[in-house]
Design a protein around this ligand. Structure first.
Ligand code: 0PR
Length: 350
C-alpha cells in the first residue's frame, strides 16, 4: 500500500520544511544524476556551479568555491577537516561555542581532534574572554555560529575571526540554518563582514530546497586542496567532497529554488517568519510563560512539562532545548493560523 509522508500541519520543531514547488520539480527531474561524477553528469555539475555562485551571493563572497553537501553535518565535518589537514600539530584543537551543533562532536571524533567547548554569556552568545583563553598555538579552527540551533543567536563573528587569525587558526561560521534569513537583518555574519575562511549554509533548511542540500563554502579555492583526493578511474582527477556518489536531486533543487527566491522571495519568507515568531513570543509572554527573545525566527519558552506532553499527544511536533524550554522554529511552512491553534491548545491543555 502506498504510504504518504506525514503533513507539515503540526510540525513546529523541525529545521526542515516543505520544499518550494520549483525545488520539488527539479529534484524529481534530476533524481538519477550524480554530481559526484561531473564528467558523466555535466548538466547537474553545471547546476552545482550555479548553486555555489548563488550561495556566494547569499553569504557575501565574490568569488566563491565549495559544493552542495549532504547537509550541515557534512559541511561542518569538512570545515574541521580542512583545518586539521592544514595544521602541523599532532593533535590540533578546535574551539567551538557550547551552543554549536552536535555535528562538531562527530567531526572531532572521526578526525581525532580535540574539541574545546566554550561557554556562552547571558545573551546566549559565546563568551569572547573564554574563547581567548581556550585558543592556543595548537588551535587549528575557531567556530562561530550564525543562528544557533536552540535559540537562533548570532555569535560575535568579526571578534571571533580576529581571535582565530591572531592564533594562525582558520575561522569557520556555521550558518546552516541562519544563512537564508540573516541577509535581511543587520547582523554581521558573512564573508563580507569579517575574514571568514569557511562557512556552512544549508539550502535544505531555510532555503526551501529538497533534502539533501547542505552548503559548504570556502573563501579561497585553495582551501579545498586540503580535502582533495585523487580519483584515478574518473574523468575528473580529484574530489574534495566527503561522500562519493551525491544527490543530483538535492543539487538541482537547491539551484532551482535559489534562482527563484534570491533575494526577494527569501526576504518575504524571512519577514513572515519573523513576524510569526514575534507574535508567538508575545502570545506566550501574555500567558505568563518565560520567553527567550526571538532574535531570529525561533522561539524558546518555559512551559510546564505536563503541557508539553499534552501538546505532543495532540499531535504537535515540538522539541525542547537542553535546558528544557519549548522550542518552536518558525519555518516557512509555519503559518499564523497554525500558531493560533497551537496557543489555543496550550491554553486549553495547560
Ligand atoms: N548546524 C546547525 C546550526 C544546525 O542547526 C544543524 C541542524 C546542523 C548544523 C546540521 O545540519 P544537518 O542536520 O543538515 O546535518 N539542526 C537541526 C537540529 O539538530 C537539524 C534538524 C532538522 C532537526 C530537522 C530536526 C529536524 O526535523 O535540531
Amino acid at each position: 500500500m502506498r504510504a504518504d509522508p506525514q503533513s507539515f500541519d503540526r510540525v513546529l520543531s523541525s529545521m526542515c520544511t516543505e520544499p518550494h514547488p520549483v525545488a520539488r520539480e527539479a529534484a524529481e527531474r534530476f533524481l538519477a544524476t550524480n554530481p559526484g561524477d561531473p564528467a558523466t553528469y555535466p548538466t547537474v555539475a553545471e547546476r552545482e556551479e550555479r548553486a555555489v555562485s548563488l550561495l556566494g551571493d547569499v553569504a557575501g563572497l565574490d568569488d566563491p568555491a565549495g559544493y552542495v553537501a549532504s547537509g550541515g553535518t557534512e559541511a561542518n565535518v569538512q570545515a574541521v577537516r580542512v583545518a586539521r589537514n592544514r595544521s602541523v600539530t599532532q593533535v590540533p584543537n578546535v574551539v567551538v561555542p557550547e551552543s554549536a551543533h552536535f555535528s562538531f562532536e562527530k567531526a572531532a571524533d572521526v578526525l581525532a581532534v580535540e574539541l574545546r567547548q566554550v561557554p556562552t554569556d547571558d545573551d546566549l552568545r559565546v563568551n569572547l574572554a573564554a574563547v581567548h583563553e581556550a585558543v592556543d598555538e595548537e588551535t587549528a579552527l575557531v567556530v562561530g555560529v550564525a543562528g544557533t540551533t536552540e535559540y537562533g543567536r548570532v555569535d560575535p563573528i568579526p571578534e571571533l575571526a580576529e581571535i582565530a587569525h591572531d592564533a594562525d587558526a582558520l575561522f569557520h561560521v556555521d550558518a546552516a540554518w541562519g544563512g537564508f534569513v540573516l541577509p535581511f537583518t543587520d547582523h554581521d555574519w558573512h564573508f563580507g563582514h569579517a575574514p571568514v575562511d569557511t562557512m556552512t549554509v544549508d539550502p535544505h533548511k531555510m532555503g526551501q530546497a529538497a533534502i539533501p542540500a547542505g552548503g559548504f563554502l570556502v573563501r579561497e579555492e585553495s582551501l579545498l586542496d586540503a580535502l582533495a583526493v585523487d580519483t584515478p578511474y574518473l574523468e575528473s582527477t580529484s574530489q574534495a567532497t566527503l561522500t562519493g556518489t551525491r544527490s543530483g536531486a538535492g543539487v538541482a533543487s537547491a539551484t532551482a529554488v535559489m534562482e527563484e527566491l534570491w533575494p526577494d522571495g527569501y526576504r518575504e519568507t524571512y519577514e513572515r517568519a519573523q513576524a510569526n515568531a514575534d507574535w508567538l513570543a508575545d502570545a506566550l509572554a501574555e500567558r505568563g510563560d518565560e520567553v527567550v527573545e526571538a532574535a531570529l525566527p525561533l522561539v524558546a519558552a518555559d512551559v510546564p512539562e505536563e503541557s508539553f506532553e499534552a501538546l505532543r499527544d495532540e499531535g504537535w511536533r515540538i522539541s525542547r532545548t537542553a535546558s528544557g524550554e519549548l522550542r518552536v522554529v518558525c519555518m516557512p511552512h509555519v503559518t499564523r493560523e497554525m500558531l493560533e491553534d497551537f496557543v489555543a491548545d496550550l491554553d486549553r491543555l495547560g
